[in-house]
Structure formats: C-alpha cells, structure tokens
Design a binder for this molecule. Structure first.
Ligand SMILES: [Zn+2]
Length: 143
C-alpha cells in the first residue's frame, strides 16, 4: 500500500494511519517546537509511529474587546482653595497650618473646622485626606 501524502493526511483530518489507513490510532505525547506542535501518533493496526504536525497559522479574535471605562479622577483640592459648608455662611480656607498639616480655617471667625490633618502633598489632597479634613462633611469649592 502506498503511503498517504502529507496533503492526503491533512485532507483526511488527520488521525488515520498514513501507512495502513486504519483509524485505530492513538495520540500520544505533544511537543512544541517554537510555532510547530508535534503530536505523536501510534497505529494499533500496523504499529506505525508518526508525528502529526500542527503549525501556528494566525489568530482570530472571538469577542469584541471591552473598552476600559475612563474614570475621571476626583478633583484634587489644594491649599489656598476656599470652601463653603452646606447650610452655613462661613467661608473656609484650606490652609497649611503646620508643615504638611492642613486644616479648613474659617475666614470670618478664624476658627478651625477640625484638627489639622497631616497630608502627603498640601498641593494635592487625596480623597482620603479630604475625608479626614472635613470629617466627611459636605464642603463645596467656591470657584
Ligand atoms: Zn497503520
């Protein structure tokens, strides 16, 4: 019997013994060699042993890529900004009162809204720091 050509082997979908054309074959070890996969095959009928070769031919994307939602960063407050408190008429200045410590200071009464809070960068208050500075009260930036 004439052995199958590689093309015939592929056209048969593989797995048929290329020597005796039996389908009583078994797949064995897989081995990658860069972009080629060798899959060892055995024929139970005639005892032939061969490798199926699989080559990387490209790729196909199945699902649309999810666009990452752009999250606008919360506005960064900094010292020098003025705020009003919900329901109050006092204006507060976000002021540096010690090195790296800021507090909201009332512009009319001069009282501090809260104890000074240590911050990393007085020119860029993080949301966490702002929460502590305001005791989580509602302050509105005066433009
Ligand atoms: Zn065979």
């Amino acid at each position: 019997m004439k052995r199958m050509s590689e093309e015939e082997y592929v056209n048969n979908g593989g797995n048929l013994c290329p020597v005796c054309e039996s389908d009583t074959t078994q797949t064995g070890e897989k081995a990658f060699e860069t972009v080629v996969l060798f899959w060892e095959m055995d024929c139970f009928n005639c005892g032939a042993n061969w490798d199926e070769r699989y080559e990387l031919v490209g790729y196909h994307i199945n699902e649309p890529i999810k666009e990452e939602e752009e999250e606008s960063p919360p506005p960064a407050f900094h010292i020098g900004m003025r705020f009003s408190q919900e329901g109050g008429d006092e204006e507060y200045l976000l002021a540096q009162v010690e090195k790296n410590k800021v507090a909201l200071v009332g512009l009319n009464q001069g009282n501090r809204f809260n104890d000074p809070v240590e911050v990393c960068m007085p020119h860029h208050i993080t949301p966490d720091e702002w929460e502590r500075i305001t005791s989580d009260d509602e302050f509105t930036l005066i433009e």
